[in-house]
Write a protein that binds this ligand. Sequence first.
Ligand SMILES: C[S@@+](CC[C@H](N)C(=O)[O-])C[C@H]1O[C@@H](n2cnc3c(N)ncnc32)[C@H](O)[C@@H]1O
Length: 283
Amino acid sequence: MKMGSSNDKDAVQEQYASSKSLDIRLNFHNMYSTNRMGFGPWLVSNYEITEGMKVLEIGTGTGSMWVGHDDLITKCDKIVLSDFSEGMLETAKKNVGERENVEYKQINVQNIPYEDSSFDIVIANMMLYHVPDINKAVSEIRRVLKDEGVFYNVLYYGDFDIIGNLSSQSINYYPMMYGRSISALDRDKICFSCGKIYRECDLSVAVVDTSIYTNNSIAFEPTVDMAVIASCIRTDSNEPFWDNKRKNTNKKDLRDPLNHKDLDKVLNTFGLTKNDITDLNCS
Ligand SMILES: C[S@@+](CC[C@H](N)C(=O)[O-])C[C@H]1O[C@@H](n2cnc3c(N)ncnc32)[C@H](O)[C@@H]1O
């Protein structure tokens, strides 16, 4: 799924009708992540859940993040694992199991069926980018959280560390986006984002055509070819990845070394240099 359709309701429903695609992606991380602790366990290790809390997870997916964390689950007075996909909930139920304090519920984050201030913690990982009305989603989450409650929200970046399993020392590892403003109300702006950097300026000053570059994020390309990734790892180079990408799409990618001249021009448009983005290395 390309970034442009990542919050298209029908495309998202189709992608998550069952856990099949998500299982492939989670398995991919398990096999190739350079961080041996693993993303899921790292995430969960940051939750500050104390005795008697009420926890709501939105977009639980396969529930796999909770597997092996019985200690946290049993601390909760109540934990609601929710997703808008019935197929996902079935898988989550199998993975986490039936427990007295765990409820499985079909919920769309844009309309959370709980009263104000119902939860101490709301968790919504790697899912807000799928939501058509993100303002509604965030205000619903705020509404059901207690005033002193905590919202845990992680978005996807990790895939880029594993393009070629190399250390994170190059701009090629960061999701990079260049295009018309992400606000549908503001179409005469262009934006650039890379890592934590986000810049906008007037469309009139763009020197590089926005339409030839895709919104880049492998996270949204579940068709990523495992043989290609394996070849990157074997040759210790990202070239097989780029080679494959060039063959399979007519859109270009600013991170592709072949397009770095355009990247320089784009950076210059936003008053940035390559140093600004290489300083982002995951420290
Ligand atoms: C990328 S998966 C993330 C799953 C899980 N949070 C994780 O970290 O592994 C996104 C999940 O969000 C769910 N989802 C997408 N849009 C949703 C919405 N509007 N309301 C609730 N869940 C949604 C999908 O069904 C899918 O299970």
